[in-house]
Ligand binder design. Structure first.
Ligand code: SF4
Length: 126
């Protein structure tokens, strides 16, 4: 599917290039994917399924620590966490992509990238 470009789409592309390319959960053979191509794991990935919340978290970091916001707004409703997001075996065993890569994701979501009209998304590819 091809969509019109926008700022969030460009940030998605940046996350795919910077985070997904090195993610421990990336599908075999997807290392070469450019930012325009989504991996098949994206639909259930806690980073991509919470992208709009993470964008807000990035914008509010000065008012409330990012980890506190993520625990309250994302982990609290995650099926893998308990105790209102305070306890999570996936976080403890470093098997949650959001927990592992949240600093880089928030950094990318904080960047104001100039709009490139050539950017589109083709998804998913695996
Ligand atoms: S699990 Fe998430 S971060 Fe990892 S490759 Fe898949 S979509 Fe990217």
């Amino acid at each position: 599917m091809i969509r019109a470009p926008d700022a969030m789409l460009q940030q998605k592309h940046a996350i795919r290039r910077s985070v997904c390319a090195a993610c421990f959960m990336r599908p075999v053979g997807s290392d070469w994917f450019p930012g325009e191509i989504a991996r098949c794991c994206e639909g259930t990935c806690p980073i991509f399924t919470n992208l709009h919340i993470l964008k807000q978290v990035a914008a509010r970091r000065a008012a409330e620590p990012a980890q506190q916001q993520i625990t309250r707004r994302i982990c609290a409703t995650c099926a893998h966490a308990t105790a209102g997001g305070a306890s999570c075996h996936r976080r403890d065993y470093q098997s949650c992509p959001l927990s592992l890569y949240q600093d880089r994701v928030l950094e990318l979501l904080s960047e104001d990238r100039p709009l490139d009209r050539r950017e589109t998304t083709i998804e998913p590819a695996c």
